[in-house]
Design a protein around this ligand. Structure first.
Ligand SMILES: [Mg+2]
Length: 266
C-alpha cells in the first residue's frame, strides 16, 4: 500500500496502452483516482506529437485528458531550450509535433541553426542526417527528447528515437543531451507549473531505465507495471527498485487505498 499520494504521473506506451490496444481497466483506474482528488499527469518521452496531439490520442483511447496535463518529449525539449538556450534557432530531425511545440514556445526552426534536436522521425533520410551532422560539426548544440532503444506497438517493438539519435552521435562523435526521462527536468517543470511536492508524487511506468530511473532522480515514489518493456527479473540486474510492482495499472487504485464503488445490486 502506498499512502499520501496527491499526484500520479503516468507513462503512456506500455503503461496505459500498447500501440492501439488499451490496457484493460486502465481508464477506469485513472477515473477512480481523479474522483478521489488525485491529480493526474501524463509523461511520455515521445516527441512526435504536440501536447494537444497527445491529449487527443489519450481521449481516442478512452482516457480523460487535457493538453495541460500532458508532458511529452516535444514540450519538454521546447521548454528546456526556451529556458536554457534562448534566442537560438533549431534544426529538427523529428516530426511536426516537435516543430509545433518549439514554435509555441517562441523558438524558430531553420536549416541554419545553433541547435539540433533529435527525435523519432519516421520520415528520416540521409539528407536530414547530413544536415544535422554538418550543423553539429560546426558547433551546434545537440539535444534529444530521449534515447529509447525501442517503443512498444501492438505488433511488438519498433526502433525508437534512440536509434536515430545514435546515428547522428556516431557520425559526429558527440553525445546528445537527453532532456526527457530519466532526466529529472520534466519534474522541475511540473513543480513550477503545477506546484507538486516530491513526497506526494508517484510515477507509474513500464521501463526501469526511463520511468523508474526518472522517479529515483526526482526523489519520488514509483510503481513498475509489467504490461510493457521491463520484466521483473531485470530489477535486480539494473538496481532500480520501484516501491511497488503491479501486473497492470488496473490494480493501482486498490494499492492507493481507493476501493471501487460497490455496484448496486438490482
Ligand atoms: Mg512506456
Amino acid at each position: 500500500m502506498i499512502r499520501n499520494v496527491k499526484c500520479a504521473i503516468f507513462d503512456l506506451d506500455g503503461t496505459l496502452f500498447l500501440g492501439k490496444d488499451r490496457i484493460e481497466g486502465a481508464s477506469e483506474a485513472l477515473h477512480m483516482m481523479r474522483e478521489k482528488g488525485i491529480k493526474i499527469l501524463f509523461l511520455t518521452n515521445a516527441g512526435t506529437r504536440s501536447r494537444e496531439g497527445v491529449a487527443e490520442k489519450l481521449r481516442s483511447r478512452g482516457f480523460e485528458a487535457n493538453a495541460d496535463e500532458v508532458y511529452c518529449g516535444s514540450y519538454i525539449v521546447a521548454k528546456y531550450i526556451a529556458m536554457h538556450l534562448p534566442g537560438k534557432k533549431v534544426y529538427v530531425v523529428g516530426e511536426p509535433g516537435m516543430v509545433e511545440e518549439l514554435n509555441a514556445a517562441g523558438i524558430e526552426t531553420s536549416d541554419d541553426a545553433g541547435i539540433v534536436v533529435g527525435c523519432l522521425d519516421r520520415q528520416i533520410n540521409y539528407e536530414k542526417l547530413g544536415k544535422a551532422h554538418m550543423l553539429i560539426r560546426h558547433g551546434a548544440e545537440f539535444i534529444a527528447s530521449n534515447k529509447d532503444h525501442t517503443f512498444p506497438t501492438e505488433h511488438g517493438s519498433m526502433p525508437g528515437a534512440g536509434a536515430i539519435v545514435a546515428a547522428i552521435e556516431f557520425s559526429t562523435r558527440r553525445s546528445a543531451l537527453v532532456v526527457g526521462k530519466p532526466n529529472p527536468y520534466a519534474f522541475t517543470l511540473m513543480k513550477e507549473e503545477k506546484g507538486l511536492k516530491a513526497s506526494e508524487t508517484l510515477m507509474v511506468g513500464d521501463r526501469l531505465d526511463t520511468d523508474i530511473a526518472f522517479a529515483k532522480n526526482c526523489g519520488i515514489k514509483s510503481v513498475l507495471v509489467l504490461t510493457g518493456t521491463s520484466k521483473k527479473e531485470e530489477i535486480k540486474e539494473k538496481g532500480l527498485n520501484p516501491e511497488l510492482i503491479l501486473e497492470t495499472v488496473a490494480g493501482l487504485p486498490k494499492e492507493l487505498g481507493i476501493m471501487p464503488k460497490e455496484k448496486p445490486t438490482a
